[in-house]
Design a protein around this ligand. Structure first.
Ligand SMILES: [Zn+2]
Length: 250
């Protein structure tokens, strides 16, 4: 029974998408959008936080940890958060297609892997930054993710250092204790406030700022796609307990 219930919900979702006016749909995605590309959710118990590290993931990717323990930070970061071989999955591809057709107004993501852009999406708001952008904290020189991994491997302490000036190369990723980029946040709020349909997918909606952002939605259809229940399910017009990629497989 639960199975056919999910199938009916997916059918309902596709009908809503088909009937959506131009540029009326905003997609808000969390870690669950990338897990099908082989990128684990570091917050989940079976995710990339393993016993090897003596601190919780949230501690290891905080700004104070970065400042005080850069060697351990980059060990965790380079091994558990940067996946340069990952490729877009069905959800990324379909969202890019829907943007090209004019249905999708914006994709707002909590992920830092750049896979929406790799699939062809243009209007992407990266709330937590991107592993693909990295800057020397001293001279500002920019480096790719591959270069950061190489510099990490070359350094005795595993700290990627700028070949030009030996400054530390910091990923353009929003660490815990750091504020979100004001412009990205404003653009995200604006997109959500103007959306007729908001699709929230692959996030438990328990983590800041996801829960707060959806309060700006004033449209008619809130859709939540997540394998487990979220605190906002009661607000949603449609809840789909399925993998994000399966829902976008049409
Ligand atoms: Zn430098």
């Amino acid at each position: 029974m639960a199975h056919s219930e999910t199938e009916r919900a997916i059918e309902g979702f596709r009908e809503l998408i088909a009937a959506a006016p131009p540029a009326s749909v905003v997609f808000f995605g969390g870690a669950g959008v990338s897990t099908e590309s082989g990128i684990p959710d570091f917050r989940s118990p079976d995710g990339l936080y393993v016993q090897k590290y003596p601190y919780p993931a949230e501690t290891m990717i905080s700004r104070s940890f970065f400042d005080e323990h850069p060697s351990e930070f980059f060990d965790f970061y380079c091994n558990r958060m940067v996946f340069t071989d990952a490729e877009p999955n069905q959800a990324h591809r379909k969202l890019a297609e829907l943007e090209c057709e004019g249905t999708i107004r914006a994709v707002i993501t909590q992920n830092i892997d750049g896979l929406h852009q790799a699939a062809g999406s243009k209007a992407v708001r990266e709330l937590h930054g991107s592993v693909l952008r990295n800057y020397c904290m001293n001279c500002g020189m920019s480096y790719s993710a591959d270069e950061v991994l190489t510099l990490h491997a070359l350094d005795d302490d595993g700290i990627p250092r700028c070949p030009a000036c030996a400054g530390i190369v910091k990923p353009d990723v929003v660490l815990y204790e750091e504020p979100l980029d004001e412009r990205v946040l404003r653009a995200s709020i604006e997109a959500i406030a103007q959306a007729g349909m908001l699709v929230v997918a692959g996030t438990s909606l328990a983590v800041y700022p996801a829960a707060g952002l959806i309060d700006y939605f004033r449209g008619s259809h809130l859709v939540i796609i997540n394998r487990s229940p979220t605190p906002r399910d009661r607000q949603a017009d449609l809840c789909i307990a399925a993998n994000v990629g399966d829902v976008f497989d049409f």
